[in-house]
Every structure is written in structure tokens, then in C-alpha cells.
Design a protein around this ligand. Structure first.
Ligand code: ADP
Length: 192
């Protein structure tokens, strides 16, 4: 099984590259942001709770995220593999993910980390806000908060995978196809 953590700041291109990877390797996409947005549009209690954090640009509490991910992994444990997109976003989430996978006799293959300079991230998020309808992309203050939260709470997750020798940096600036080709060659190198 190929289990990839796709890592990067908000706006780094995780969603775009995930779509292409899923097609090529037939993986199960597990985007916590998408799952929360689905709960929001279905008006579930989980969605209502998540909204209070998402609207501020803050992280949803670990226990809520982990429970939601666990259900999704268990429902798809027979797939060819997972792409974790937007998760784990804190070290406790990374630890919980390892535990969940170990219970199923699975493990993370590698972390692919998209590297994009901060000015470019902000530019992309503002552009996405014009077309996506995502309120968290339409307010410069919320964008700044999310980037700050990323630096403080999420960057340590990269260290977690570096220690396990699973960290693979990817240049996140360039054409979508160039970045994708680069990702695929790293996966194939690593999978050998
Ligand atoms: P982006 O990467 O563009 O910030 P996402 O769609 O991944 O957007 O996430 C949107 C929001 O959903 C986040 O700002 C956060 O509030 C919440 N969220 C998503 N994934 C997680 C997670 N793993 N842990 C906590 N909160 C999360």
C-alpha cells in the first residue's frame, strides 16, 4: 500500500496535486478540509462545531479531527492506499495516525512536502477566494492567521517525519505538470 502524507502551507497546491495523484495511483483521498466542508454543507453537528474554528482560521481540536479520520480509514482500509491531505496538522495528530495505521498493520510510506514562499501562498489564496466562495480565503487577516498557525503548529509535523526518514521536499513553484512529474519521480524512487 502507498500511504502518502501530502504536506504544505495553505495554498501550497495540495488539493491540485492530490487530484492528479489519485488518478495515477488509484489512491483514496482523505482531505480533512474537504470532509469538514462536506459536514458544513450537510449541516451536521460536527460541521457546526468545525465552522467555529475554520471561520477564525484556527485548527479544529485534535480529538474531533482524529475521530473523523479514523472512520474514513476504517471504511477504506482495503484501498490501494491513502493520500492524507491537510492531515496530520499537529504532532498529536501524526502520532494518532501512526497508531491507527499500526493497528491495521499499515504505515506511512512518505511525506511529500510542497515548498512555496509565503508571498506566493498569499497571492494564490486571494485568487482562490475570488472563485471558490471559501470565506477563509477572502479575508487577508484570516489568511495571515492560517499561515501563522501553520508555522507554529503544523511545521513541527515535518520534523516528526524527518526523524522517521520519510520526509521528501518538493519545489512547489512551477507549472502544475512540472510539480506533478517531480512528485511522481520521487514516489517511484522512494517506492523502490
Ligand atoms: P487550507 O490548507 O487551504 O488551509 P483546508 O481545506 O485543508 O485548507 O482546511 C480548511 C480549515 O479546516 C483549516 O483552516 C482548519 O480550520 C480546518 N482543518 C482542516 N484540516 C484540519 C486538521 N487536520 N486539523 C485541524 N483543523 C483542520
Amino acid at each position: 500500500m502507498l500511504n502518502i502524507v501530502l504536506f504544505g502551507a495553505p495554498g501550497a497546491g495540495k488539493g491540485t496535486q492530490s487530484e492528479k495523484l489519485i488518478q495515477k495511483y488509484q489512491l483514496q483521498h482523505l482531505s480533512t478540509g474537504d470532509l469538514f466542508r462536506m459536514h458544513l454543507s450537510n449541516g451536521t453537528e460536527l460541521g457546526k462545531l468545525a465552522r467555529t474554528y475554520m471561520d477564525q482560521g484556527h485548527l479544529v481540536p485534535d480529538s474531533v479531527v482524529i475521530g473523523m479520520v479514523r472512520e474514513k480509514i476504517e471504511a477504506h482500509k482495503d484501498s490501494k492506499g491513502f493520500i492524507f491531505d491537510g492531515f496530520p496538522r499537529t504532532v498529536p495528530q501524526a502520532e494518532a495516525l501512526d497508531e491507527m495505521l499500526t493497528e491495521l498493520d499499515l504505515s506511512i510510506s512518505c511525506m511529500l512536502a510542497l515548498d512555496v514562499p509565503e508571498e506566493e501562498l498569499k497571492r494564490r489564496l486571494v485568487e482562490r477566494g475570488k472563485v471558490s466562495g471559501r470565506t477563509d480565503d477572502q479575508d487577508p487577516e484570516k489568511i495571515n492567521t492560517r499561515i501563522q498557525v501553520y508555522r507554529n503548529e503544523t511545521l513541527p509535523v515535518a520534523e516528526y517525519y524527518k526523524k522517521q526518514d520519510k520526509f521528501i521536499p518538493i519545489q512547489g513553484v512551477g507549472s502544475i505538470d512540472e510539480i506533478f512529474d517531480n512528485i511522481c519521480s520521487k514516489i517511484e524512487e522512494h517506492a523502490k
